[in-house]
Ligand binder design. Structure first.
Ligand code: PHE
Length: 370
């Protein structure tokens, strides 16, 4: 009996369809995990209230990977071998989605990452999907925004060398800046665990860049912004990526980053009807503005439920095939179609930090947003 056969057998007998979810509910990037969980709960409650899928409610089993890739591996193993889940949702950080995805793919249980953008994640194999764009697109959009839209040709680059997501984006960005005729006047990298960035910032400053691209998580960006300000580098010189998206960045460094831009999947005030409907529901339930992570997790959960509804039989294999067939799914973060490489083609949004808020600035790479 394979794990997938087991899951299918258990599913027949159980009163609910079991879906596994693994996220960083504690540790370094807790905000990513908590936002994801809240939004998945919202989506699943709506689906179950409307009758569930094929006559049964969905039950989500959550596991906390403590923000560690090794724990992502363990938790996915547990969810499949011990709990016999039919499908998986997770993770946010690409490093953890890749770790979890390797297990899911080997065990032949389909997984959807709502928000991991590194290209390697879905290359793991046929059972691993994502509901978001990839970093080859995001890195290019970041470069085009700086060089073409802002007209800044001398660029600095600052990233985490030991993080899959950050180093992957740095690579895409570097190539695109060159292609566009810009120049990386200085690049500096740090290790994820570092907290003192002043030396790097001073070195970057001495190269006189017009803009600095920092494709890093909010956990590093908040101290970078504060230390940069102290070193005389205004936060508005930085352009970031989706890893900036957490309310914690606003809490810790909104003033320092006033005027800064970053690429993202969504903004709370993005003028798309599906997004606004989601923002309203989330605010009604949680009394706060949903992050991009939340919007993406909401979409991934609904997309999975939609695929389960279309699956021939409730088996991991048939659910996998139905996810692969997803076309024109109406999400809070845009319209989602899954391509042959198991990625989603979606618009990239430019967000600007203004008056302590993430505000919508523009849509680039405009692939059917509304
Ligand atoms: N794209 C990031 C990654 O792959 C995760 C992320 C998505 C973070 C959206 C914030 C907002 O690691």
């Amino acid at each position: 009996e394979t794990p997938a056969d087991n899951a299918a057998q258990h599913a027949k007998d159980d009163a609910e369809w079991k879906v596994g979810a693994y996220f960083s509910l504690s540790g370094e990037e807790t905000a990513f995990g908590v936002d994801s969980k809240e939004a998945i709960d919202l989506a699943i409650d709506e689906i179950n209230k409307a009758g569930g899928v094929k006559g049964k409610p969905i039950h989500v089993l959550y596991e906390d990977n403590k923000s560690k890739p090794e724990e992502a591996t363990n938790k996915v193993l547990q969810l499949i071998d011990r709990d016999h889940v039919l499908a998986l949702l997770g993770e946010v950080a690409s490093s953890r989605s890749r770790a979890g995805g390797i297990v899911a793919n080997k065990k032949k249980v389909p997984m959807i990452t709502p928000s991991s953008t590194n290209p390697d994640v879905t290359k793991v194999g046929p059972f691993v999907f994502r509901a978001c764009f990839t970093d080859d697109v995001q890195g290019q959009m970041g470069a085009q925004f700086i060089v073409n839209t802002l007209g800044k040709k001398k660029v600095g680059l600052f990233f985490a060398s030991d993080d899959l997501y950050s180093s992957g984006l740095a690579k895409e960005f570097r190539e695109e800046v060159k292609r566009l005729g810009g120049e990386i006047v200085m690049e500096k990298s740090f290790l994820k665990k570092e907290t003192n960035f002043t030396t790097y910032i001073n070195e970057l400053k001495s190269a006189n860049p017009e803009m600095i691209y920092a494709p890093i998580y909010y956990t590093s960006m908040a101290p970078v912004a504060r230390q940069a300000k102290a070193a005389g580098v205004p936060g508005s010189m930085f352009v970031g990526s989706d890893g900036w998206d957490a309310n914690e960045l606003l809490r810790d460094a909104a003033e320092e980053l006033d005027g800064a831009y970053f690429t993202n999947h969504y903004a709370p005030d993005v003028p798309w009807p599906n997004s606004q409907a989601f923002v309203k529901k989330y605010k009604d339930r949680y009394n706060r503005t949903p992050s991009s992570i939340a919007a993406q997790a909401y979409d991934a959960a609904r997309l999975l439920a939609d695929a389960m509804g279309r699956a021939k039989e409730m088996t991991p294999d048939d659910i996998r095939a139905a996810i692969q067939d997803t076309k024109g799914f109406q999400g809070a973060t845009g319209v989602i179609s899954i391509d042959a490489e198991r990625n989603a083609n979606k618009p990239v949004v430019i967000v600007r930090i203004k008056d302590k808020q993430f505000t919508y600035y523009a849509t680039v790479n405009d692939k059917a947003a509304k």
